[in-house]
Design a protein around this ligand. Structure first.
Ligand code: ADP
Ligand code: MG
Length: 708
């Protein structure tokens, strides 16, 4: 759309002019007619609908509405800079006040007591009174006689400065004028999608879509317009990703691990502590086939908490070692790294391989052993935390990198690991927070995805209950019962960055009350939270792990990966303050042994609808994949870890990676089909798609997975 009228400067559109044009460019980056038409409303109001003051409540507060009211009084209040103009209005269902802080003289002259106006704005409720700040006001007769393009009117995002100069109505007029100008030029909206593609996907034309996105002729037309414009964006995203994927595959730059050697075979045939699940076997095969392909592996492994990802990591690392390469695994916390180190050392007994650990708190000797060991190729497997990405960590021959609990690491941190050998190592990213496959592939560029969809046998589903405070004594009674049976208990308090001090107060208050209800010597209590020194934290965890504490009071630092099979109860305080996937992760800390385990979600009496839905979902299912789907629905678009960031990377204006999964899937298929036909989009039929693709290429500097 970069030709002719669309590239004309915005100042030539009626209603704009030099001053407003400068403001539009500075405030929202709009320079041309095309720019303004490609800024879509972020929501719509139905201007054929008049609301009443009586119906305004917490649920409608601060969304745009229209009222039809008579002015019953005008007055000034306040002094000096606090001076404001107040108008009282009445629509027979109630009274409201309208407030202006500036532009007061002008507005006062336009408003007459006794006459009826259409008032448009966002109401708020303060001390039981309905008010609106800086609403738009128009005499009823005038409003009714004004010709409107559509009864749905778009609301455009704006800035404070811009909205002062160009109000809601003026913006609408400008967009309308820009549209008239563009629509008159038959070359303005040449459709980039070939006809057969449009027909196959039931898409309206670009021109019709642009018109209806600004001036919807019906709610159905609006839906079609949104669908079409989202489709274009996501097709562009998919064309970019698929092209990148093809080019990476054609590069053939992966280490080859053709051998299944001594370490793997000895372990597999003689040392396996338990039979692998079918899913573990399948995933190991998938990884192995990547490792012999000559292409660099870039794989996401999704598996619910407790599904046995560590074993998959370990066995695939043996494949690297058998082929003369080193492997490393990076964990998000010190505790987890130590835990991996302990279990992998146990697995590796008698295998003739050397494992080392490196974390931020490694003492001199441990550090030296790790650093020298990997440089001299004496160490085969290095386990660690973020410390692994430091500059001075130099491998002799790193061939394989495993990243555990991927969501804790930033993109850049990961990218730095890629560069630790001349050729990029194979990468396995493991996560217990599954996201839909197509979304994962989009978010992480061209990652392959493996899924462990089966838990080891013999696990009993964890029973989950939701308790309010009034049942606290009952909960305590239950804990005593479990502790009497020799079991251990976690009690977790939320920790939210903005109010850390308060959160710790919650934890300490909780600690005091629990110490009273569970006195020594019958009950031993350990405390563990992020503000403690690493040593103290580790000491508390270790104490609990050894069974020397019955209760561990903690913040969510224990969320990831801690393994204490004898712990059977997870109590989560103020559970409504946790996200669904976090709750699920926490719950995964119990149910790791053979005993029936429990999760108790403590919450206040008053819950938001969403909070209640989350806790109910936890009680209903233990399935992490179902919970993550639900989480997606509850939180809606764009809120999944990483989607915001990559949404920006892809320059999305209307589609959302998390919210439009279906379109994401359809466009993925379509992109694969198109690129099979015409990889470079050079044929006359597909040439126009280049523009959709290139919109996203411009931003390729942020790349979520591509390595070399
Ligand atoms: P996660 O996928 O959450 O990282 P882990 O790898 O920590 O899970 O495994 C959870 C527990 O299940 C560990 O104690 C592990 O030894 C055990 N485990 C893993 N695979 C199996 C299996 N196939 N059969 C029985 N137990 C298993
Ligand atoms: Mg794990």
């Amino acid at each position: 759309m970069a030709n002719g009228v669309l590239s004309r400067e915005i100042k030539f559109v009626a209603g704009v002019g030099e001053v407003r044009a400068r403001l539009l460019e500075r405030e929202v980056g709009v320079r041309t007619v095309g720019d303004i038409l490609m800024r879509f409303p972020y929501r719509y109001i139905d201007r054929s609908r008049i609301a009443t003051i009586a119906e305004i409540d917490e649920t409608t507060e601060s969304s745009y509405i229209q009222l039809r009211c008579r002015i019953t009084g005008k007055s000034y209040t306040g002094e000096g800079s606090k001076r404001r103009f107040m108008v009282e209005v009445n629509d027979r269902t109630g009274v409201a006040e309208l407030l202006w802080f500036h532009g007061v003289k002008w507005i006062e002259k336009r408003l007459e007591v006794g006459r009826e106006y259409i008032i448009f704005g966002r109401p708020s409720i303060y001390r039981g009174r309905v008010s609106m700040v800086h609403p738009e006001v128009e005499l009823v007769e005038q409003a009714l006689s004004r010709k409107v393009e559509s009864s749905f009117q778009g609301i455009y995002s704006t800035t404070e400065k811009l909205s002062e100069a160009i109000g809601y109505k003026a913006m609408h007029t400008i967009v309308s004028n820009a549209w008239q100008l563009a629509a008159a030029d038959s070359t303005a909206f040449i459709d980039p999608l070939p006809d057969e593609l449009r027909q196959r996907n039931g898409l309206i034309s670009l021109k019709e879509a642009i018109y209806n996105i600004h001036f919807p002729q019906s709610s159905e037309k609006l839906r079609q317009a949104q669908y079409r414009l989202k489709y274009d964006e996501l097709l562009g995203v998919q064309l970019t990703i698929q092209a990148r994927r093809t080019s990476r595959h054609s590069r053939n730059n992966g280490f080859r691990f053709p051998r299944v050697g001594e370490a793997f075979n000895t372990f597999y045939h003689h040392k396996l502590p338990f039979p692998l699940t079918g899913a573990q076997q399948r995933v190991i095969k998938e990884i192995r086939s990547d490792m012999i392909s000559g292409r660099q592996m870039n794989r996401l492994l999704q598996g619910d908490v407790g599904s046995g990802k560590t074993m998959v990591a370990f066995m695939s690392m043996l494949l690297a070692v058998d082929n003369g390469f080193q492997a490393c695994i990076m964990a998000p916390t010190e505790i987890l790294a130590r835990q991996h180190y302990a279990s992998m050392c146990r697995f590796a007994e008698g295998l003739n391989i050397k494992i080392a650990i490196l974390t931020g708190s490694s003492k001199a000797r441990e550090r030296r052993e790790a650093l020298e060991g990997i440089l001299s190729a004496d160490v085969d497997i290095l386990i660690g935390t973020h410390a692994l990405i430091e500059e001075r960590v130099q491998f002799a021959n790193l061939g394989y990198v495993v990243i555990d609990e991927q969501h804790r690491f930033g993109v850049e941190q990961r990218a730095r690991l890629w560069t630790k050998n001349e050729q990029p190592p194979h990468i396995l990213v493991m996560t217990a927070t599954p996201i839909p496959r197509t979304l994962a592939m989009t978010l992480y560029g061209d990652l392959e995805v493996s899924v462990i969809d089966e838990l080891p046998p013999g696990r009993q589903p964890i029973r989950t209950y939701r308790y309010t405070d009034s049942l606290r004594l009952k909960m305590f009674g239950f804990l005593r019962g479990e502790i009497a049976k020799g079991r251990q208990v976690y009690i977790v308090y939320p920790l939210i960055k903005e109010s850390e001090a308060l959160d710790y107060k919650d934890l300490y208050d909780g600690y005091e009350s629990i110490s009273r209800d569970f006195p020594l010597p019958d009950y031993r209590i350990a405390v563990c939270h992020g503000k403690m020194k690493a040593e103290d934290k580790d000491a508390a965890m270790a104490q609990f792990k050894r069974g020397e504490a019955d209760i561990l009071i903690a913040t969510s630092v224990i969320e990831v990966g801690v393994d204490v099979p004898n712990a059977t109860v997870m109590v989560i305080e103020s559970a409504e303050r946790f996200g669904l996937s976090q709750l699920h992760q926490l719950r995964g800390r119990v149910g790791r042994g053979g005993e029936q385990s429990y999760c108790i979600l403590m919450s206040g009496d008053k819950l938001s609808k969403e909070g209640r839905a989350r806790l109910d979902a936890m009680c209903e299912t233990n399935d992490g994949f179902r919970l993550s789907e639900l989480d997606l629905k509850l939180r809606g678009a764009g809120d999944i870890h990483g989607t915001q960031q990559s949404g920006e990377a892809f320059d999305l204006r209307i589609a959302s990676l998390a919210g439009d999964i279906q379109i994401l899937e359809i466009t993925r298929e379509e992109a694969i089909r198109i690129l099979n036909d015409d990889p470079q989009l050079l044929s006359p039929r597909y040439r126009s798609l280049q523009e959709l693709r290139d919109r996203h290429r411009r931003r390729e500097h942020i790349d979520f997975s591509d390595i070399s």
